[in-house]
Design a protein around this ligand. Structure first.
Ligand SMILES: NC(=O)C1=CN([C@@H]2O[C@H](COP(=O)(O)OP(=O)(O)OC[C@H]3O[C@@H](n4cnc5c(N)ncnc54)[C@H](O)[C@@H]3O)[C@@H](O)[C@H]2O)C=CC1
Ligand SMILES: NCC(=O)COP(=O)(O)O
Length: 335
């Protein structure tokens, strides 16, 4: 049997918590039973970040991704020579350029099949935008890199307590009602259903869809989107045989007694989906992009510049992202 390819990990912004958490994940590879991975660039950043965190993580430079498997048991494999100075909490131009280069290479290696999945370290979008990062986020970046229409790259947040999908993502709240349409909901919910089957092994995913307005519109008294947009979209999806319920009032859907009734909650906007997951599962929350020809996950937290280098950041979400990337790749390989 051929062994699976290693996972390509992008560094994230070197001034953020990404590098120290990747190093910590490598340190715990046996206790956490992590699949083999390598980092694209940032060898001296990773060495310095591990030292600052007072953890013993030998960094092993590799010239080719095929060397990652052998290196992995002795140290953290780092591919290539892209690098920067380690200045935690002080994002700068060279760090931004390294983050972009690392992401670009990790995604490209995954698209060409040299890596089984890409796990992206956290970046600060507004900071990187000053240095040539043109996409709204890494979700759109990996969509473009893998030749996927951006509308088909669907963000899902997954933790031990629940999974959520924001149908609209990095949009101003005032723009959300105008962005919602029957076509968007149908297209994205179909992708959610197909991905939960392909990447997570669910046979018939149970999909709960929220309303947009308080009380899911209260029969049109508090908004019309449920009646005119969300409801008709869900009727179409049910006609296709998908196990879709809603529109549900969003305020109660995440209560413990409700969560057992669905496999994923599809939400209308960013905070509706992210607040419950970050409240319940912050330390194990994974951001996974559905609908791609490749597997991509990420810890769901950001760069946390304020605590970078302090040793306070938890590696739980990074470890969960690595583990989930390995599991999704295994599910795909079995199909
Ligand atoms: N996957 C990614 O690339 C993401 C990137 N971001 C970016 O990160 C930047 C900062 O965003 P914020 O909203 O401040 O979110 P953040 O996640 O960086 O920080 C929010 C709070 O959580 C804490 N925190 C974050 N990670 C932690 C960890 N591993 N352990 C313990 N505490 C942790 C921080 O100290 C802060 O108090 C933004 O520029 C945003 O674009 C935000 C979310 C995801
Ligand atoms: N709030 C989630 C987030 O910002 C992650 O976005 P992306 O960079 O993974 O697209």
């Amino acid at each position: 049997m051929t062994r699976p390819k290693p996972i390509a990990v992008s560094l994230g912004d070197p001034a953020g918590v990404g590098p120290e958490l990747i190093a910590e994940a490598w340190l715990r590879l046996e206790s956490e039973r992590l699949p083999p991975f390598f980092v694209t660039g940032g060898a001296s950043v990773l060495t310095a970040a591990a030292a600052r965190r007072a953890i013993a993580v030998p960094v092993i430079r590799i010239e080719h991704e095929a060397e990652a498997h052998e290196a992995f048991s002795s140290g953290l494999p780092v591919l290539g020579h892209d690098d920067a100075e380690y200045r935690p909490g002080e994002p700068d131009e060279s760090g931004a350029r390294l983050a972009i280069a690392s992401l670009t290479r990790a995604a490209a290696l995954t698209v060409e099949g040299a890596a089984s999945a890409v796990v992206t370290g956290p970046i600060a979008k507004s900071h990187l935008a000053r240095y040539g990062f043109t996409q709204p986020g890494q979700t759109e970046f990996v969509a473009d890199a893998s030749g996927t229409p951006r509308e088909d790259a669907v963000m899902m947040l997954a933790g031990p307590s629940l999974r959520t999908v924001p149908l609209t993502v990095h949009a101003a709240l005032a723009d959300v009602p105008g962005l919602l349409s029957i076509a968007l909901i149908v297209r994205r919910v179909r992708i959610v259903a197909a991905s939960l089957m392909r990447d997570f092994g669910l046979v018939q995913p149970r999909i709960a869809v929220t309303g947009l307005n308080p009380h899911a519109g209260e029969d049109g008294r508090m908004g019309w989107e449920e009646r005119d947009v969300i409801g008709p979209a869900l009727a179409l999806l049910r006609d296709e045989g998908l196990a879709v319920t809603g529109p549900h009032p969003a305020d109660a859907l995440f209560a413990a007694h409700e969560r057992g009734g669905y496999d994923v909650a599809v939400c209308m906007y960013h905070d509706q989906a992210l607040i419950p997951i970050k409240t319940l599962d912050f330390d194990q929350g994974v951001n996974v992009t559905l609908g791609l020809p490749i597997v991509r996950t990420s810890p769901d937290h950001g760069t946390a510049f304020g605590i970078a280098g302090s040793g306070k950041a938890s590696a739980g979400a990074t470890i969960a992202a690595l583990r989930m990337a390995g599991q999704c790749s295994e599910h795909r390989a079995k199909r």
